[in-house]
Structure formats: C-alpha cells, structure tokens
Design a protein around this ligand. Structure first.
Ligand SMILES: Cc1ncc(COP(=O)(O)O)c(C=O)c1O
Length: 382
C-alpha cells in the first residue's frame, strides 16, 4: 500500500519504537518514587523534557507531557481561560480550528465566556486586521492553529502573537500539531506564542503521546486532579516510555525537517501541476503558500468516498479532508469556511506526505490518480 494519509497519523520510526521498548524494559519504575530505580526513570523523563525544551526554546519546567494533541489543546484552553477570569472572559479563535479547540471553546461559552471566531479567506488564512480589531482588553485567550490539518493553510502566528501581546494581556496558544517538525515553530521571547501543542503520532511517534509547552509560568487551572504530577497541572503517573519516545521522534523530525520539506514541496508542486491539467473539473484547495505536506483537492460533483475507494482498490491510501470528519457525511467546517462552489464541496480529498514516503510511490500515485479520474470522469477530462 502507498500510504498518503500522514496528517491523520504516521507510522512510528523504528528508532522511536526501539527507544520505547528499551525504556519499558529497563526504566519502568515510577518516576515519582524515591528509590534508585524511580530516580533513574525520573532522570530519563527530565532529559526528555530538556530535549523538547531546547527544541522549542523554553525551559524544561515548561514542558508538560500529555496524551496527545486533543488533551494538550483542552488543557491549554480550559486551563488558561478558567485560570484568568479576573482579566476577562473574552476568547478569540478561528473558524477552521481542530474540533479539540472548537468543542472546548463551545463548552466555555456555556460557562459564560464570550467566544469570537476569526474568518479565513479562500486561501484559508486569517486576516491580521480582523484580529487587530477583535482583540480586546478583556480577551483572556487567543488560540490559533499554525497549519490547518485539512488544507495545510499556514497562519501568520508570529505576527498574530505580536498583535495579541500589544493589545491585551491574553495568553496566545498555538495548536502546532500539523506544523511541528514541518515548519520552524519555537517560542520567540515576549513577542511569540505563549503556549504550544504538539502530538506524538503526527511525527512518527506514538498515538497517546503529546506535549503542551509554555514560554513562562502562567496562571492555570489544573485539568486533571490527583497526585500533583506534571507541575500539578496534570495528575497521573507520567508515561515515561511515551515521553522519551516523543522526545526521540521530535529530535528526528527536527533533524530531517529541511530534507523532508524539500521532498514534500517537490511532490506538492508535481501533483498540483497534474491536477491543473484537468482544468475546471478539479479544484485545488491548498495553495502554494501553504504547508508542503498537505494537499487537498476536489473533483466536481464526485463524492470523496468514491475517489478514496477507487484509489484504495489500486493500492493508494488517502483520506477525505480530515480523518476526524471523514466518517461524517456533512461537509467539513473547514471546507464550508472556504466558501467554495457547491459542486466541489463533497469531493474533497486530502493527500498528506510523511518521512517514509519515497519518490517511486509518488510517481505510482500520479499514474493511479490519472487512471481513477479517467474512470470516474471519463470524457470530461479529455
Ligand atoms: C490540528 C490538529 N490539532 C489537534 C489534533 C488532535 O491530536 P491527537 O490526535 O493527538 O489528539 C489533530 C489531529 O488530527 C490535528 O490535526
């Protein structure tokens, strides 16, 4: 199978699996225990924190291990909003965030917070002007994703952070699940993000592992109560093997970022050129300015599942616009936000590259795609 659904999840690197196995076999003691074996586990955990802190330009005490992107986003949103009600109850986010952000802010709305959504243009990018107008003195939290998981649009998070910090005392959270290891993303002193979400399984690490990192100590309301682990923010015995494996996957992602980015850009451009040759029967939702590892397109009046099944029969795995909504029949909120023609709304397909994809697979994919489109659309494309 040619696996081109790496934004849904990735295959763990062999080196990451080996790390996981070694830590499970040799350092299984509880890192909170005071005996020698516990101390050893804790040292390993601290090293994993330090490695991630170095990559993100923060300190080790600001790296919190979680069970993934969803938990990191929930922790940031609930923790920062509920912990700062003395500053205000206004929250800003975008209309194309991942459901783990959108559903969290909807929940906060029920608790009396006021939530406003930034719109995106047909390139999927927010307007900094709209952000400037909407940030208020009583804004407590702004949450903007770096790379959109359905179309790959990149948000100007560093410019956005400056505006947020200039105009408010709000915390600025960035969901970097789809950008970490693909684009540079670090804390950038006073001017950058305050808080960043990362997920292990999107970078050839494990499902059920994630990080919420912050730039400085902030006022939080804990998310999980209990034994006080993870600086009192997330109680529960820390999963040391997951944490160490995530640090390994993160290091590998950063070391290979430039090489992979060049490959992904080349494939993105080649496939786009192919898609453009079908004229106005195909609509490309991703733009050349977007992230190179995600490419979304739609075929006029075709259903996404039909294309997916036809590709699958020929050995290629892709998904509809997002893995989360792919089992739902309604148009995704991201596709709706782009205000594309009705004819293209049901056929959005997402191809996403990962570190294990090779040139030959992309060449084969292009042949298969042509075959499938000819079969499904026939004369219209000739
Ligand atoms: C942008 C974005 N944020 C958050 C998540 C959730 O991450 P996880 O699957 O680790 O909970 C995803 C997963 O698809 C995502 O793409």
């Amino acid at each position: 199978m040619i696996y081109l659904d790496n934004s849904a999840t990735t295959k763990p690197h062999k080196e990451v699996m080996q790390t996981f196995l070694t830590v499970n076999e040799q350092y299984y003691a509880n890192p909170a225990s005071i005996h020698a074996m516990g101390v050893e586990s804790n040292e390993l955990l601290m090293r994993a924190r330090e490695q991630l802190a170095d990559i993100l330009h923060t300190d080790a005490k600001s790296v919190l291990f979680t069970s993934g992107g969803t938990e990191s986003n929930n922790t940031a949103i609930f923790g920062l909003a509920r912990g700062n009600t003395h500053k205000g109850k206004h929250i800003l986010t975008t209309e194309i965030e991942h459901p783990s952000v959108l559903e969290s802010v909807k929940q906060l709305e029920k608790e009396g917070f006021e939530v406003e959504y930034l719109h995106v243009g047909n390139n999927g990018v927010i307007s900094l002007e709209e952000l400037r107008v909407k940030v208020r003195k009583d804004t407590v939290l702004v949450s903007i994703m770096h790379v959109n998981n359905e179309i790959g649009a990149i948000q100007p998070i560093f410019d956005a952070a400056k505006i947020v910090h200039e105009k408010s005392r709000a915390a600025f959270h960035v969901d970097a699940v789809q950008s970490f290891g693909k684009l540079p993303i670090t804390f950038n002193g006073e001017e950058g993000p305050d808080c960043i979400t990362i997920s292990g399984h999107k970078i050839h690490g494990f499902k059920g592992s994630g990080v919420l990192a912050f730039r400085k100590q902030m006022q939080w309301e804990p998310y999980a109560f209990g034994g006080g682990q993870e600086f009192g923010l997330r109680s529960g015995t820390v999963a040391v093997p997951q944490a160490v494996a995530l640090a390994k996957a993160a290091r590998m992602a950063i070391e290979t970022m430039d090489v992979n980015a060049a490959k992904f850009r080349k494939w993105h451009d080649e496939i786009c050129a192919e898609l453009r040759s079908y004229g106005d029967e195909v609509h490309i939702l991703s733009t050349a300015e977007g992230a190179a590892h995600i490419l979304s397109f739609s075929v006029r009046d075709l259903k996404g599942e039909v294309i997916i099944n036809a590709l699958q029969k020929r050995g290629v795995i892709v998904s509809t616009s997002s893995a989360c909504s792919s089992k739902q029949t309604k148009t995704s909120h991201v596709v709706e936000a782009l205000r594309i023609e009705e004819h293209f709304k049901n056929g959005v397909i997402r191809i996403s590259f990962g570190a294990h994809v090779i040139d030959e697979e992309i060449a084969q994919f292009k042949l298969v795609l042509k075959e499938v489109l000819m079969e499904l659309k026939g004369e219209l494309l000739r």
